[in-house]
Ligand binder design. Structure first.
Ligand SMILES: Cc1ncc(COP(=O)(O)O)c(C=O)c1O
Length: 307
């Protein structure tokens, strides 16, 4: 990320950052924000609440299909690790997106919600560095520290700084100084870096345990997406219903979602689960994975593992 301090605005989570950006784009005459066809409904609601129409664009193995952005005023992307599908935005798509934004005078919002957690290689560089005048970079402490903290940061194109700062002041004047100073001290002391490294190792191990357990106990279920983040997408065998598996998991005390819960109207996908493996406390991970495998093994007609 290329960040001059006078282009950074600290917000109360990415949610507020998105609301401010959508409001600024709408106030400048923007009509439509393109979003990935799979993502948080809450984010789409936030965008719509600020007066922009939401236009879903398909996502394939190369990430969002940039050729479908059309005349949108901007696009919200998760380039490092598409949420929830788990694919990175392909290099060619990144350059296409930047070229599209430059030609259309559009804004790219780069939601880097879990870029700290890549397990199979070094993290991919932010798109923002390719085009600092078209791309808004958004980072958050929600995955690295805690979602309850409500701490996120925008690195803005120079042209947006004044309007977004004014919108932030109108919204709540500023994000808590105490929270910002505490976070700054954590970064300065090196403690944040150590914490993120430890987290990266711990979450990598959790993901590996999930992969190994699935291979052993539910081989019909494939994990898709790259080794990154705090969630995994589990592709169910054809014919399975997401809702059935989710209900059976719930009966065993597991809260998991289906891909359908993230889809925009009209988006079609094969049945899949979205499993967050960051949530259970360390002592509960083994049991949670065993229960999930038992549910999945049941579903594909195998002998369930005991928990
Ligand atoms: C796709 C995505 N973007 C952003 C965020 C962060 O949102 P916030 O900073 O409002 O907690 C999350 C969740 O942590 C997320 O899943």
């Amino acid at each position: 990320v290329r960040a001059a301090a006078d282009r950074i605005v600290v917000c109360s989570g990415f949610t507020q950052a998105l609301a401010l950006l959508a409001g600024v784009l709408a106030a400048r005459g923007g009509r439509t924000l393109a979003v990935e066809a799979y993502g948080h409904q809450h984010h789409r609601d936030v965008v719509a609440s600020r007066g922009l129409a939401v236009r879903p664009v398909p996502v394939d193995r190369g990430g969002a299909v940039i050729a479908e952005l059309g005349d949108a005023s901007g696009v919200l992307l998760t380039p490092a690790h598409q949420f929830p599908l788990g694919v990175p935005l392909a290099a060619l798509r990144r350059t296409q997106a930047v070229a599209w934004a430059a030609a259309a005078g559009a804004t790219i919002i780069e939601d880097d919600y879990d870029g700290e957690f890549r397990y199979d290689r070094q993290a991919i560089g932010a798109m923002q560095a390719l085009a600092p005048d078209s791309v808004v970079y958004a980072g958050t402490a929600s995955k690295t520290l805690a979602p309850g903290l409500r701490l996120a940061w925008l690195v803005l194109p120079a042209d947006l700084v004044e309007d977004v700062t004014a919108a932030k002041v109108l919204a709540d004047r500023q994000t808590s100084s105490l929270d910002q100073l505490t976070f700054a001290e954590l970064i300065r002391s090196g403690g944040y870096d150590r914490h993120v490294r430890r987290g990266r190792q711990a979450y990598r191990r959790r993901r590996e345990r999930l992969v190994t357990a699935l291979r052993q106990h539910a081989p019909g279920v494939a994990l898709s997406g790259v080794a990154a983040g705090l969630h995994a997408v589990l592709d169910l065998p054809a014919g399975q219903q997401e809702a059935d598996v989710i209900a059976r998991a719930a009966a065993r005390g597991l809260a998991i979602g289906g891909l359908g819960g993230y889809a925009t109207p009209g988006a079609r996908h094969a049945p899949a689960l979205v499993v967050g493996f960051g949530t259970p406390p360390a002592h509960a991970v083994t049991t949670a994975i065993a229960r999930l495998c038992a549910v999945l093994a049941d579903e594909v007609g195998r002998v369930p593992v005991s928990d």
